[in-house]
Design a protein around this ligand. Structure first.
Ligand SMILES: NC(=O)c1ccc[n+]([C@@H]2O[C@H](COP(=O)([O-])OP(=O)(O)OC[C@H]3O[C@@H](n4cnc5c(N)ncnc54)[C@H](O)[C@@H]3O)[C@@H](O)[C@H]2O)c1
Length: 395
């Protein structure tokens, strides 16, 4: 095994610049050797900013490189094809969510990785926030006792303004050959968006907090801002039926309660996450909302001292190279990237936040969508009887 993993990055956009590239450049276990973007100037810019020796616009060239250990996919839109191709090429894969829109495809990708002895990780950013890693340790140490109730929120006001285009990609020409999202205006036909794009990481945190799978869910998807610009090239607003606010509640296998709310039209700042877990012996509340320079807090309470008190987060929970001026994206993603490099370097079975975990989360998203469409409780696991065709997120 090399001393440092050799990384090829696909996608040189905004999230790569603020999360992935700082993470891989700061980890002592990795070096970025190649960056690929359809936009050559952007790839060159990132190469200069992060000292990356090689640039390409052609993913074939990247996937053919036998000296790469790890492929990092940070593109916008569908990731499924790139994921399967990178795994087929024998690379460990980090990919932004969603891996695929249907949990069954995520499981296929997981099986392929397992068959090839490769590790995977999904951009479930917030399980790596220092406050959340600390919370997971407290739960493992028995701080909350038996989990009773989890509440998750992921909400901000990014799309409250209807002139903020629904499609986040920056187009120079109108996208051709894509089926437009949100054209079915019926209640049942709403396109999945916030739940997949924004709910997923907090569902992931909730599953860790309750420590088991969900048994049944009931949920609703809503469209609060019905008219909006479709792309950065459009001047007029049009009716687009997408889920910009949603809620679901659920019961775990052993009867704990689980609720979740996600929205990007609710006033509040990024990333807008709150995770609260209440158990027989204690309760923990983590807040990941960038407010007045504070990016994370953790509060705890116990039966003998029911007023919540804030805890300092120990230094060991922060990533290599952490600086107090880091934005939340750099601070949280630094842990994700470094943890993935550690897992690959260590060999062995440990691989948290991998495709199997992402499939669990995606299955819940698919189940909540099915619940909305059929107006009924939905049992988990879905066992392959619920299709997701046509349910695509624009993000
Ligand atoms: N985990 C999180 O918390 C989090 C936060 C923000 C964004 N994201 C995700 O990160 C991803 C990227 O978001 P972004 O804001 O950086 O988008 P962006 O549009 O700024 O950048 C994406 C880049 O990918 C490039 N690209 C697209 N297809 C390509 C291909 N086939 N080959 C090479 N380059 C290609 C584009 O040219 C573009 O420069 C999205 O999936 C988004 O959902 C995740």
């Amino acid at each position: 095994m090399r001393e440092r993993l050799r990384v090829g990055v696909i996608g040189a956009g905004r999230w790569a610049a603020s999360a992935h590239l700082p993470g891989f450049s700061r980890s002592p276990l990795s070096e970025i050797v190649l960056i690929c973007d359809l936009d050559r100037d952007l790839a060159l810019k990132r190469a200069q900013e992060f000292g990356i020796p090689d640039v390409t616009t052609d993913i074939e060239e990247l996937l053919a490189r036998s000296d790469l250990d790890l492929v990092d996919i940070v593109t916008r839109g569908d990731h499924q094809d790139l994921v399967f191709r990178a795994l087929e090429a024998g690379k460990h894969v980090l990919v932004e969510k969603p891996v695929c829109h249907d949990y069954r495809d995520v499981l296929r990708a997981h099986a392929l990785a397992a068959a090839k002895g490769l590790k995977t990780k999904v951009g479930l950013t917030f399980r790596y926030a220092p406050a959340v890693v600390y919370m997971f340790d407290l739960i493992r140490d028995g701080f909350i006792g038996r989990p009773f109730v989890f509440n998750g929120y992921e909400q901000n006001s990014q799309w409250l303004d209807p002139d903020n285009p629904m499609d986040k990609r920056i187009h120079k020409t109108k996208p051709a050959g894509e089926t437009p999202w949100g054209m079915d205006l019926s209640r049942e036909g709403i396109a999945v968006s916030s739940l997949e794009g924004y709910g997923a990481p907090t569902i992931d945190i909730g599953l860790e907090c309750v420590g088991e799978d969900l048994a049944q869910v009931v949920g609703i998807l809503s469209n609060m801002v019905p008219f909006r610009r479709r792309t950065n090239l459009d001047t007029a607003r049009e009716r687009i039926n997408i889920d910009d606010a949603d809620m679901f509640m659920a019961e775990t296998k052993s009867g704990a309660l689980f609720s979740m709310q996600s929205s990007y039209v609710t006033v509040g700042n990024y990333p807008g996450i709150e995770a609260r877990i209440f158990g027989s012996a204690g309760a923990i509340k983590v807040r990941l909302v960038d407010e007045f320079g504070v990016i994370q807090t953790i509060h705890t309470a116990q039966p003998g001292a029911v007023e919540f008190v804030q805890r300092d987060i120990p230094a060991k929970y922060f990533p290599p190279g952490f600086q107090t001026t880091d934005p939340w994206s750099t601070a949280f993603y630094g842990n994700l990237v470094h943890n993935f490099c550690e897992e690959i370097m260590a060999g062995g079975p440990v691989n948290q936040g991998n495709f199997a975990q992402s499939a669990r989360v995606q299955e819940i998203i698919n189940a909540v969508t099915h619940s909305h469409r059929t107006r009924q409780w939905v049992n988990l696991p879905l066992e392959g009887n619920v299709g997701t065709s046509g349910e695509r997120s624009p993000f």
